[in-house]
Design a protein around this ligand. Structure first.
Ligand SMILES: Cc1cc2nc3c(=O)[nH]c(=O)nc-3n(C[C@H](O)[C@H](O)[C@H](O)COP(=O)(O)O)c2cc1C
Length: 285
């Protein structure tokens, strides 16, 4: 993959940015991102399509032309993505879009996953979404203002964006009864740590991971937040979060030289917490 420096450092640096300066994004940076569009892959083999849209002609000054209710300010360029509907379309999309977001971070550009409220039909029309496709998310792309806007700060505060759940809430040893401490994760402590740092819709962090005993096998589960699935009907935001988690885990493992791959191999567990569903397993070695 085309990153210019440590992907683990890039992941640690990324944060959602919602207000932008008028400074234009250089053609070379756009091209670098566009090259990435064709390269990125997801764990289930579904290929998403991406484009950069310039919204500057969409009705200047009209705060709502993007449909984000003024939460995104000053941005004219947006990365948009679409994928054919299918079994694991959202995980595949989440994984691929996040790899692009990380490349934008690498290039010194600001981004913000927007999967909730925006003018989805307008972006879909402009992006040329096909009948069997869905447009799960977009992201502004540009140079962020030095200081966050009030709107950005309010959203971050209400989502608790600066914080992440502790390891004990997310990672488990053998089964869901025992938490996994970093020193029990071996060489995978860092890939798990960067999974934990990932962005998620409303910062809900629905990822859960169960490590097998004595093997580098990690089973990923989605623990759905109560009532959240009904919020946005068009897309399953928490499955996008799972794809993001998979991208972080996978790129960090690859940087550390840890070989492995995604496989469907659900573990036999006596107890699985409520609203928790199996997604996929990483099989190392
Ligand atoms: C799938 C997804 C959808 C999101 N949708 C929105 C959105 O519609 N509006 C918004 O302001 N932020 C959105 N976010 C950004 C999250 O609020 C943010 O990632 C989270 O609070 C953590 O903050 P950080 O990205 O700065 O680490 C979304 C994030 C993800 C992963």
């Amino acid at each position: 993959m085309e990153y210019s420096r440590s992907i683990i450092d890039i992941i640690k640096e990324r944060t959602s940015r919602r207000s932008y300066t008028p400074r234009a994004v250089e053609a070379e940076k756009r091209e670098a991102l566009e090259r990435m569009f064709a390269q990125v892959q997801g764990p289930f083999g579904g290929r998403a399509r991406f484009a950069i849209l310039d919204t500057s002609g969409w009705g200047e000054g009209r705060i709502n032309s993007l449909g984000t209710y003024g939460t995104i300010q000053g941005a004219t360029l947006f990365i948009v993505g679409m994928i054919a509907r299918g079994g694991h379309d959202m995980e595949d999309f989440g994984c691929q879009f996040e790899k692009i977001i990380l490349r934008a971070t690498d290039l010194g550009l600001g981004t913000c996953w927007i999967g909730g409220i925006f003018n989805r039909s307008r972006f879909a029309l402009k992006a040329g979404v096909r009948e069997n496709e869905v447009l799960p998310a977009i992201s502004p792309l540009g140079y962020p203002t030095e200081r966050r806007s009030v709107a950005d700060s309010v959203i971050r505060w209400s989502a608790g964006s600066r914080n992440r759940r502790p390891w004990a809430d997310l990672f488990f040893d053998r089964d869901f009864e025992r938490g996994l401490a970093p020193d029990r994760a071996g060489r995978y402590a860092e890939p798990l740590e960067v999974l934990r740092l990932g962005p998620s819709a409303s910062n809900r962090q629905p990822w859960r991971v169960v490590k097998e005993q004595g093997r580098d096998v990690f089973h990923l589960f989605l623990c759905r937040s109560r009532g959240y699935d009904k919020l946005i009907k068009a897309v399953d935001l928490q499955r996008l979060d799972m794809g993001i988690a998979m991208s972080h885990f996978e790129v960090a493992a690859s940087e550390l030289g840890l070989e492995g791959r995604w496989r469907t191999s659900p573990p036999r567990l006596d107890f699985v917490p409520e609203r928790t569903e199996y997604v996929q397993s990483w099989v190392g070695g």
